[in-house]
Every structure is written in structure tokens, then in C-alpha cells.
Design a protein around this ligand. Structure first.
Ligand code: NAD
Length: 495
């Protein structure tokens, strides 16, 4: 296979519905280009082919989107819940009906295998369906009063206009998880998707418009991240920012939005431990590790970053894992049988190289992989390194690439101490069969989510989110809508 060194032009995809491939931003219900004609190039990470040039919008256009979102929010919130619910359900149905096209757009701008892209589209559309239902179940409270002539009533009301910022690793799913609950709650939203993957966001907006989401209730803006982020943080019409991305950007947003005490929910980076105890079903653990570590080429916030294996089963685990890793097929996401696509960009490859070099320099042993793939571009061989220590970069930082570092441990106390020795706390996984151990370890791990005997845990029915520096707030489940609601206490007196 040849990987093109120079970007080629590939602006047409073989879509069933070509109108889903849009390169204009969706601002206040209009599809627009930047007033000054400035654009940002969107390329295929497989070969650098140019896919589209999308608007590079300045803060004044973003302000227009916010103004309109502010204007329509009260009208949207005033609709009865069932009506909002029906519109969201229509959006969900349209996403499902167009899942093949959405997956193709996603794979082409992001690189992941097509089957994974379709899985992302379908499993995350489910958040819109779920919150379409939850829209009808936003209940308040009536509380026994302190005086006989009073009644205490608690209302739940939408927070208002929400700004959403999403990353490139799940270009479709990270949007539906935010827009679903926000619109269900009666909020409106201005979204800034990642610069690398705006086409999935535009395609979702086309379908939102078709579903009947009112003009201006859901805008998608593209452009330089920092000025748009500043506008979101300082514009008084924005009530809440919901962000998924790196801990560094989350930290900056928190400081910046602090001036006006905006509501924030942050889904940030992770450093998930994946622990295999000696009583685990080893084959199930291998399957879970492959799913958790190598899905999306390791570019997943909840992916196993450090794999801890108990001494007595470590050799067998590494042997079996290596066989599976050698079976991964690298290539273009749209090609049949491909299980690992390219990394998103050169920066991602450089970070992986740094982590491999650091581990090997400090005594780690390379079992398989460890270098750029012969396919060129941003392909990197899936890698397994043993003899890893807590002090190495692979154990301390989020690698965000297809690298499985193996750390051996002796007992439960030691591995819990090592697993919790990080500022992150998003996901943790372990494989064990002893029930008392299962309870003890699940309770002891400092993370927002724990997968026991599974390497996959996200779904719309469960609360997704982190503790420590992995963020605050939850997406999915009955808790996922709370972040888009305010509590209002009404004291009825003189009864
Ligand atoms: P990133 O933080 O660089 O970018 C995320 C988004 O923030 C993008 O849209 C980017 O344009 C925007 N951004 C960057 N600087 C900004 C600024 N100054 N103001 C406003 N917006 C700004 O992260 P990334 O590399 O795109 O994504 C990978 C990271 O996201 C990883 O750390 C991963 O763990 C994390 N992530 C977390 C979750 C979760 O649910 N916890 C899910 C997916 C990804």
C-alpha cells in the first residue's frame, strides 16, 4: 500500500445521502462561511488528503450564535416536555437511518475502522433516545414545610445557553452525549467541535435541522479554539460550559470561566489501570485488554493505560496478549478487515515514540512493535512492553496510543496503591473472580468508573465521568441531565 506524502484532494465521499457532507458552519439556523472567507483544512489522517475547508470563524460570529441561542432558549424551554422529546426522538431516528453515511464521514476525517465508527454512531445516538425519554421525567419536589401556612416547592429549570467543546477521538459520540441532555432539559447549545473532525458535527446538525430542532437552538461553530473558548468563558449569555478533552484545556477553562461563575462539566484525560489478578479468567482478561487498550488505536480517554498483572499469571498473560496484538491489521479505516487505523496526527506519533523510548531507556523490554509502521504516515505498530515501572512516562502520563505497558505486582495492597498513584481518576478495570476481592477492589479504586471483568463500560444508561483531575459531572443515566438543570426553591406562603 502506498501512503501519499503530499495531500491529495478527496472532497467527495461515496455517501447514500451526499447532502450530509457539509463544509459550512451552522450558525443561528443558517449555513454560513466565514465573513472574511478564512478556512481551516480538514484532512484524512490516512494519507493527508484534503476533505474539506471549513469556516475559520472569529468571536463576532460565535457571538451571533450565542445571541440567537439565548433568544430561542425561553421558547424552547416553554414547549411541553413531550414536544421536545418527540423532536429529539426524530433526531435519533434520523441518525440511525443515516448511520452508514455518518460512519463513513467519521472514519474519513478521524481514521478509525469503519465498524468502530458505526459502533460509535449507534451507541451514542442512544444518548439522544435516552434523554428524549428523560425530558418527560424532570421532576421537582414538594417538601414538608416549616410552618403550617407555607408550602415548599422545588422546581427544576434549564440552566440556559450551554457552550459545548468536543475532542476528535469520538467526533460523533461526544456531541450526542451533550446535545441530547441539554436540549431535553430545555437548554440551547453552541458547539465547537475539534478542528480535526468538524464534518461529523455538521452532519449531525443537518439531521437536527431535519428533525425540527428550532433554528438557533443548536449551532456548530468552527475556528481557532482559544478565542472561541474565551468568548464562551466570558459571554454573559452562556450559563454553562460542557467540555470533553485534555486536562490542561479543562483546567484553563475552569480558571477562565471562574470570573463569571459559569456552570462547568468537564470530561478530561485518564490514566486507567487495568488489573489482572491471579484468579481471573485469563482469556476474558486478554479480550478485555484488547478492547480497552487497542480500540480506536488507543486514543480513548477510558482506555487501559497501565496493565498490572499478578506475578503468577504474568508470563502467560503476556504470551497470549502478544499473539492477539500481532493479529491486529493496520490500514485505512474503510478497508475490509482493518482493526487499527492511523493515529490522528504527528504529535500523537511523537508522544508514543517518546513514551516507548523512555520505557526502554529505563529498563523496559520491547516484546512487539515499538516503531512507526511501514505504512508510513501516522501509523504506529501496536506495542507491548514488559518490565515497566511506576516511574516511567507510560505509567504516569496518558499515552493515548496503541501501547500496552505491563507492570507485575505481588498482592492486592501493592496493586491498589500503584493504581491510585495518579492525579487522574476516570476509569479503572480489573479481572478477578473472588467475590470479596471484587467488592474490596471496586471500592478501593479511586476512579469515577470501574469495569469488573469487562474492558468496555460506557452506555447511555450509566453515569460516565471522572474524579480527581479527570473532571467533574456525569454524562448518561438519570444523573446526566442534572448538570443542565438548576434547582429553584419556591416558598408559598399565606396559605
Ligand atoms: P484537547 O483538549 O486538545 O481538545 C479538545 C477540544 O478543546 C477541541 O475541540 C479543541 O479545539 C478544544 N480546545 C483546545 N484548546 C482550547 C482553548 N484554549 N479553548 C477552548 N477550546 C480549546 O484534547 P484532544 O487532544 O482533542 O482530545 C484528547 C483528550 O480528550 C485526551 O486527554 C482524552 O483523554 C480526553 N477525552 C476525555 C473524554 C472523557 O469523557 N473524559 C472523552 C474523550 C476524550
Amino acid at each position: 500500500m502506498t501512503v501519499h506524502q503530499k495531500p491529495v484532494d478527496r472532497r467527495i465521499l461515496d455517501l447514500k445521502d451526499p447532502s450530509l457532507l457539509v463544509s459550512q458552519a451552522y450558525v443561528a439556523g443558517e449555513w454560513i462561511s466565514a465573513p472574511d472567507g478564512k478556512t481551516i483544512a480538514v484532512t484524512d489522517p490516512f494519507d493527508g488528503a484534503l476533505l474539506a475547508e471549513v469556516p475559520d470563524l472569529g468571536p463576532e460570529v460565535v457571538r451571533r450564535a450565542i445571541d440567537k441561542a439565548y433568544e430561542v432558549q425561553k421558547e424552547w424551554a416553554a414547549r411541553i416536555a413531550k414536544e421536545r422529546s418527540q423532536i429529539l426522538k426524530r433526531w435519533y431516528d434520523l441518525i440511525i437511518a443515516n448511520a452508514d453515511d455518518l460512519a463513513l464521514i467519521l472514519t474519513t476525517e478521524q481514521g478509525k475502522p469503519l465498524a468502530e465508527a458505526k459502533g460509535e454512531v449507534l451507541s451514542n445516538a442512544a444518548y439522544i433516545e435516552w434523554f428524549a425519554e428523560e425530558a418527560k421525567r424532570i421532576y421537582g419536589d414538594i417538601i414538608p414545610p416549616a410552618r403550617g401556612d407555607q408550602r415548599i416547592v422545588v422546581l427544576k429549570q434549564p440552566v440556559g445557553v450551554c457552550a459545548a467543546i468536543t475532542p476528535w477521538n469520538f467526533p460523533n459520540g461526544m456531541i450526542t452525549r451533550k446535545a441530547g441532555p441539554a436540549l431535553a432539559a430545555g437548554c440551547t447549545m453552541v458547539l465547537k467541535p475539534a478542528a480535526q473532525t468538524p464534518l461529523s458535527a455538521f452532519a449531525l446538525a443537518v439531521l437536527a435541522e431535519r428533525a425540527g430542532v428550532p433554528k438557533g437552538a443548536f449551532s456548530v461553530v468552527t475556528g481557532d479554539a482559544a478565542p472561541i473558548g474565551k468568548e464562551f468563558c466570558h459571554n454573559p449569555k452562556i450559563a454553562k460550559i460542557t467540555f470533553t478533552g485534555s486536562t490542561n484545556v479543562g483546567r484553563w477553562l475552569m480558571k477562565e470561566a471562574g470570573d463569571s461563575i459559569k456552570r462547568l462539566s468537564l470530561e478530561l484525560g485518564g490514566n486507567a489501570p487495568f488489573i489482572v489478578f491471579d484468579d481471573a479468567d485469563l482469556d476474558a482478561a486478554i479480550e478485555g485488554a484488547m478492547m480497552s487498550k487497542f480500540r480506536n488505536a488507543g486514543q480513548t480517554c477510558v482506555c487501559a493505560n497501565r496493565i498490572y498483572v499478578q506475578d503468577t499469571v504474568a508470563d502467560a498473560f503476556v504470551e497470549k496478549l502478544t499473539v492477539k496484538v500481532q493479529g491486529l491489521k493496520l490500514g485505512r479505516g474503510t478497508d475490509a478487515g482493518v482493526t487499527q487505523g492511523p493515529l490522528i496526527d504527528d504529535r500523537a506519533v511523537t508522544k508514543m515514540e517518546e513514551h516507548v523510548a523512555d520505557a526502554l531507556a529505563k529498563g523496559g523490554k520491547l516484546v512487539v512493535g515499538g516503531k512507526r509502521s511501514g505504512l508510513g504516515g501516522t501509523f504506529f505498530e501496536p506495542t507491548v512492553i514488559t518490565g515497566v515501572q511506576q516511574s516511567m512516562k507510560v505509567a504516569k502520563e496518558e499515552t493515548f496510543a496503541p501501547l500496552a505497558p505491563i507492570i507485575r505486582f505481588k498482592d492486592e495492597a501493592e496493586v491498589i496503591a500503584m493504581a491510585n498513584d495518579t492525579e487522574f481518576g476516570l476509569a479503572a478495570y480489573f479481572y478477578a473472580r473472588d467475590m470479596s476481592r471484587v467488592w474490596r477492589v471496586a471500592e478501593a479504586l479511586e476512579s469515577g468508573m470501574v469495569g469488573v471483568n469487562t474492558g468496555l463500560l460506557a452506555n447511555e444508561m450509566a453515569p460516565f465521568g471522572g474524579v480527581k483531575q479527570s473532571g467533574m459531572g456525569r454524562e448518561g443515566s438519570k444523573y446526566g441531565i442534572e448538570g443542565f438543570l438548576e434547582i429553584k426553591y419556591v416558598c408559598l406562603s399565606g396559605i
